[in-house]
Design a protein around this ligand. Sequence first.
Ligand code: C5P
Length: 298
Amino acid sequence: MSVTVRVPAKVNVQLGVGAARPDGFHPLATVFLAVSLFDEVTATPAAEPTVTCEGPDADQVPLDRSNLAARAAEALAARAGIEPAVHLHIAKNIPVAGGMAGGSADGAAALLACDTLWGLDTPRTELLAICAELGSDVPFSLLGGAALGTGRGELLTPVDAGSFHWVFAVADGGLSTPAVFREFDRLTAGASVPEPEPSPELLAALASGDPDRLAPALSNGLQAASLSLRPRLADTFAAGLGAGALAALVSGSGPTTAFLVRDEEGAAKVAAALEASGTCRTTRTASGPVPGATVLSA
Ligand code: C5P
């Protein structure tokens, strides 16, 4: 018997970042949107805990305990007082180290897959608490849809959202999230960084489903740091905007760039222009919101 869970990527349509807390994390006011770009994690009983991965970027995925999927299985097994005797296979389509919560997605998917495989039926609130221990973005990968994230991003309140179309430009090589936050600290050193607040304009635009309204409301407080570490992302922005994208922003800590488009036709045009421009490695088109981690087969 095995259990397969499908889990989406995310883009932050608002990412408000405050000054680092004493624990080193940064207070956030962020709005997550789950988009239709998916990984699948399959859990199968095994003598030893193991992880394998397939997909275009599989060689960049760690297969040891640093993989959030492995850590999710361990955390759940420890809570239940059982051995994490499971093989986890990741079919990876979400860009690795791209700012789209790919690793977090696999953590949330593994948690749900193991919970189902082991028949634990752990209450949702406890699964979310385990997710929060695994990483700031992991609870949202389980929840999906659209949600306001506060704290370090792990405290979630669902919000209304119409459906929006996106093109994602995947850069060559990833960016380390801690490195981007460190660059944010360097760029803001000496400045007074206000407490981050949810944007009423952004939330209203998201609920309206109107991309022309959402475009000017998008914001990412990590974007300057991401661009500082990857100045050539400016060329990717120019290529997508030149092809008619309504707006461009770095996805999370980057370096994936998200382009908001009006419809599927617009998405195809922007994706083709980005591919031809040579300013990114590849593109993905997606829409959202979509549900969070979901059991496909058990
Ligand atoms: O929570 P997660 O393990 O995904 O965070 C990875 C790193 O990103 C943290 O160790 C920290 O350096 C940085 N981070 C942060 N503030 C947040 C979330 C993450 O500084 N709100």
